[in-house]
Design a protein around this ligand. Structure first.
Ligand code: PMV
Length: 352
């Protein structure tokens, strides 16, 4: 009997950013966050998990290269937690094979650059947890699994859902209420699109883990953001999503990206995730929106940047083609535009 499961999980891109932990072991955040899960074939992690009595230890391969699973590491925690859920199920159903007692081999592959600020850890840990849940035939809901994915990488908890997803920070010290919930399904707002502009696929300079820790320790602006900014933005963005109000969604998304990078700059020593090309794309989006608004029209695009220089531009379907043409015109060196919603065919639009 072969006990094996393969699943994939997508990347999510936050419009209200998670940045800062109040508990680094359990990965409990200092603020709630909200994201859009990208739902096409690009930007996914695909993971196969296998349990077998002949395996002598748990092993992990990332993009074909074996990575050591260190004791107490995040990967080890996720595997242990999933085995615990399986053991509970076996205790209730004595006829179930004792998979919780076998070691597992896990192989995961990303179809996009790893650690370039494209949230590879989010899709990676979500796929790992989902593949073990499938292998172990667990009845757990996505929110329950999000509690475990969160302990791999905070943002991973949001990739357990499609569509528009909130990670509620919770207040319990054991993390039992720090989980992901669906704000709205993908079908609720099918016109919403996300364009990914790969400015650079180099590995990022400061990892989110060490960056966050430094920010929590040194930034006064972060404390202001946690108390006085994010709670209101969470409400406003959730409402904007529910009412399909792109104007409000876009405004807050851009403000929150700006504040996240301001908080990074307010860290000692400062952290710079964006580069000159990132900033030039911001100027282009700002100007594009200004022309529309001055003519009495709506805001048509919202940029956002994670812990890297790559731009994500949220827009409604009707404007996507125009924006891609603009970017390719002004950034002919742009190496590739990704179009996770599949508007422009398999490979997105290639720059020259
Ligand atoms: O989950 P991590 O540790 O990779 O942190 C992700 C942080 C940001 O991508 C910058 C923001 C977010 O909410 O995804």
């Amino acid at each position: 009997m072969v006990y094996q499961a393969t699943v994939s999980a997508p990347v999510n891109i936050a419009c209200i950013k998670y940045w800062g932990k109040r508990d680094t072991k359990l990965i409990l955040p200092t603020n709630s966050s909200l994201s859009v899960t990208l739902d096409q074939d690009h930007l996914r992690s695909t993971t196969t998990s296998r349990a077998d009595p002949s395996f002598t230890k748990d092993r992990l391969w990332l993009n074909g290269v074996e990575e050591e699973i260190k004791p107490n590491s995040r990967t080890a925690t996720c595997i242990t937690e999933m085995k615990r859920l399986r053991a509970n199920l076996e205790a209730k159903n004595p006829n179930e094979p004792k998979l919780s007692q076998f070691h597992v081999h896990i192989a995961s592959k990303n179809n996009f650059p790893t650690a370039a600020g494209l949230a590879s850890s989010a899709s990676g840990f979500a796929a790992l947890v989902k593949s073990l849940a499938t292998l172990y035939q667990l009845p757990s809901t996505p929110s329950e699994l999000s509690l475990i994915a969160r302990q791999g990488s905070g943002s991973a908890c949001r990739s357990l859902f499609g569509g528009f997803v909130a990670w509620e920070m919770g207040s319990s010290p054991d993390g039992s209420d720090s989980l992901a919930i669906e704000v709205a399904s993908r079908e609720h707002w099918p016109e919403m699109h996300a364009l990914i502009c790969v400015v650079s696929d180099d590995k990022k300079g400061t990892s989110s883990t060490s960056g966050m820790q430094r920010t929590v320790e040194t930034s006064a602006l972060l404390q202001y953001r946690i108390k006085h900014v994010v709670p209101e933005r969470m409400k406003l963005v959730s409402e904007a999503i529910k009412t399909r109000d792109f104007n409000t969604f876009a405004k807050i998304t851009m403000q929150d990206s700006n504040q996240f990078h301001a908080v990074a700059l307010d860290t000692e020593p400062p952290i710079f995730y964006m580069n000159d090309v990132s900033r030039a794309i911001i100027s282009l989006v700002v100007e594009y929106n200004r022309v529309s608004v001055d003519a009495g029209g709506p805001i048509k695009a919202a940029y956002t940047y994670d812990a890297g220089p790559n731009a994500v531009i949220y827009t409604l379907k009707e404007n996507a083609k125009e924006i891609i043409e603009l970017i390719v015109k002004y950034f002919p060196q742009a190496n590739q535009f990704r179009d996770p919603f599949g508007l422009f065919g398999e490979n997105g639009v290639q720059g020259k």
